[in-house]
Design a protein around this ligand. Sequence first.
Ligand code: FAD
Ligand code: 2HG
Ligand code: ZN
Length: 466
Amino acid sequence: MTVSGSVLAGLSEAVIDEFTAIVGPAHVLVGEDLTAPFQTDWTRRWSGPCGAVLRPADRDQVSRILRACHARGLSVVPQGGNTGLVGGSVPRAGGSDIVLSLTRLDHLGEVDRTAGQVDAGAGVTLARLQAAAAIAGYGAGMDLGARDSATVGGLAACNAGGLRTVRDGTARQRITGIEAVLADGSVIRRMSGLVKDTAGYDLPGLLIGSEGTLGVITEVRWRLVPERPARATALVRLDSVTEAESVAAALRDALPSLELLELMTEAGIALTLEHLGASAPLPVTAAWLLVECAARTSPADELIDALEALDLAERTVMAPGATGRRQMLRIRESHTDAVSRAGTPHKFDVGIPIGRLASFVEAATATSRRIAPGSQFIVWGHLGDGNLHVNVLGAPPDEERLDAAMLALTAAHDGTISAEHGIGVHKPAYLSLVRSDADRAAMAAIKAALDPGGILNPGVIFGTAA
Ligand code: FAD
Ligand code: 2HG
Ligand code: ZN
């Protein structure tokens, strides 16, 4: 493709030429046909035009691009797999941002067996990381439904969680090193993989969860987990979220090999089964708990004993084998797709203290009925982490009262307005519900120090005021 002679969306020919000299003409995308896939997010809720999409091949190209953008005051939206759910990976409406697509930074090193770690370029997908780990006899210690597209750079930038957090933690626990390019093009690199390192501020820790606002992550050193080839998976039907919450607490304490503890509820189960055209592996009740244990030797007895001790054997289906297991996991993982197919939901990713989850769900159901009568309230999530995904279908997309009430309710339960997806452009207006004036001022000071021109992902976390 050629970009010569074009003056597009506010970008001068000289700027386009400068970018072209850095990444080559094939990797400067301009014009709606080429840029459209990068301009709308996964949810279809957020979209905006961009001046150009740049696809650098390596850290040095990222550095040169940022130096040029910094000098010219051009805004940059870092993008990985574009599977984020809070609008942070796409340009802002009315802007002419540069989208910096990191998917070509896909170098994956050899697994370092001495350290149990691997270096991965920001554009490596989670599925590829998992496959490489498995070949070397390890696990990635992370899994989520968007694994085929989500990149390690995006996982780090969002501090992603997922389905195995109850055992292996979030991206923060998995990452021992980061290389990143700061707004002015300078590079920080701490990739030695030290598990303990208290020499000054933990800059990698600061970049994890910064959603592209403090730097562009170009490489990550990922800490793998020992392989746990033997798995036992069960689906338990329960009569209420209250019951699920207490069963989950008991299982967590009884099962050292616990790796997954996921909640599904009636409306979401029904919608997902219909979406998949699948039959239910056990009767649909108010709540299902999906439980998986993993170890080197079979944890089946451990799981069965724990379920029997809770008098749940009659209400449990054990996955009969790998296929049955995959079917159970598929029902859980397909909730997001099923909801998305049914409409554009109001999506909330809340963290609630364990012990108050059921009362939150009850109050949240009433809130959505009050503000959006006729809407469909669907909740599921990572019960072991106290992380609930509330999706409300059928409410007008611009019904801000619903977002305000749901997030205020979350704060009233001492919860967080984002457990794993981030603030993005969806929730800056609500950050003050969970972060004090002093806290937000400290965050703004860090942002101003690292990105004085405010070019990195403007609007994300801080809103348009930053
Ligand atoms: P993108 O969507 O491209 O970007 C996300 C944010 O990170 C943006 O703010 C972007 O600017 C920034 N960013 C991306 N790459 C970089 C980089 N290299 N340097 C700096 N900033 C960067 N999330 C969970 O936590 N748990 C789940 O269980 C989960 N399940 C999901 C299931 C589905 C079906 C879908 C669609 C999404 C799910 N997600 C989940 C959300 C999403 O997959 C994660 O947030 C993931 O980390 C995003 O990675 P990405 O590469 O797609 O990032
Ligand atoms: C999940 O755990 C993802 O299913 C997506 O984090 C949640 O779609 C959602 O709301
Ligand atoms: Zn999730």
